[in-house]
Design a protein around this ligand. Structure first.
Ligand code: AMP
Length: 269
């Protein structure tokens, strides 16, 4: 991978990276499209990274379809697909990991200990392997994008970070590889997340609102859809610190359990 990337660089090509865990949907394809706008050669990585999954999470049963992913990457105009086996990525005695200590403390970081350590480590490795000038991430994982930006800033990675908007199903559900886990009933309940975010946006449409009231409104919508709320927060867009007064430009983030599936979504108010 490094040899391929070095050769492209010597030719003067600008390399774009789209890191994914595969089982590609239209959200992933929109990232490839963005990457093509920012780069000459786009590398898509397909790697279900064991280090970012907790012991009781879905690493083993995470959906995989390599043949379909390869076809979709080719169709979308990727120049290369990088699918490293786990054993190639991690030596059995690997002992260096990257931890971000502020932005990853709350939200998903608080519920999934070690998750962002796994994300930072694998993204740093993918940067070193694919030598990108630019890397594209989705707003779907808002906290992840913020943590990666911080890692790039604080460790001086020579990589420009682009964050692409959330791609949704026609009814509003944010696309996710994990949506395939949902039964028909759960699929309808899952709309509670985007509807809760819509309700949050409505709360601040005419000016500020107490964040506690907005969070309560979001919790109500989640309840009404028979989902189990994990968190509903209104945070500052940069620091990810919870705000007392919700205003335009803040971000509403939500996570909920839908049956056995954990779903996340967010919206810039
Ligand atoms: P994943 O394969 O879930 O790790 O996601 C790989 C990349 O695709 C991440 O940067 C995600 O934020 C992004 N992504 C996932 N779902 C969507 C979506 N619905 N819209 C835009 N980007 C997405």
């Amino acid at each position: 991978m490094q040899a391929w990337a070095s050769a492209r660089r010597l030719e003067g090509a600008r390399i774009g990276l789209v890191p994914t865990m595969g089982y590609l949907h239209d959200g992933h394809l929109s990232l490839i499209e963005q990457a093509r706008r920012h780069a000459d050669a786009v590398v898509v990585s397909l790697f279900v990274n064991p280090v970012q999954f907790g012991p009781n999470e879905d690493f083993e049963k995470y959906p995989r379809d390599e043949a379909r992913d390869l076809a979709r990457c080719e169709q979308a105009g990727a120049s290369a697909v990088f699918l490293p086996p786990v054993a190639t990525m991690y030596a059995p005695d690997a002992s260096v990991f990257i931890t971000e200590e502020r932005l990853s403390a709350g939200l998903c970081g608080a519920r999934r200990p070690g998750h962002f350590r796994g994300v930072c480590t694998v993204v740093a490795k993918l940067f070193n392997l694919t030598l990108p000038h630019v890397a594209v991430f989705g707003q779907k994982d808002y906290q992840q994008a913020a943590v990666i930006r911080r890692m790039v800033r604080d460790l001086n990675f020579p990589v420009e970070i682009v964050v692409a908007p959330i791609v949704r199903e026609p009814d509003g559900l944010a696309m996710s590889s994990r949506n395939v886990y949902l039964s028909e009933v759960e699929r309808r309940r899952a709309l509670g997340l985007s509807r809760a975010l819509q309700a949050a946006a409505a709360c601040v449409a005419e000016g500020g609102a107490a964040a506690a009231a907005v969070r309560a409104r979001m919790a109500e919508v989640i309840d009404a859809h028979a989902l189990q709320l994990d968190y509903a927060e209104i945070v500052d867009a940069e620091s990810l610190e919870p705000v007392a007064e919700a205003r335009r430009g803040n971000v509403a983030l939500i996570a909920a359990q839908c049956g056995r599936t954990r779903l996340i979504d967010n919206r810039i108010l």
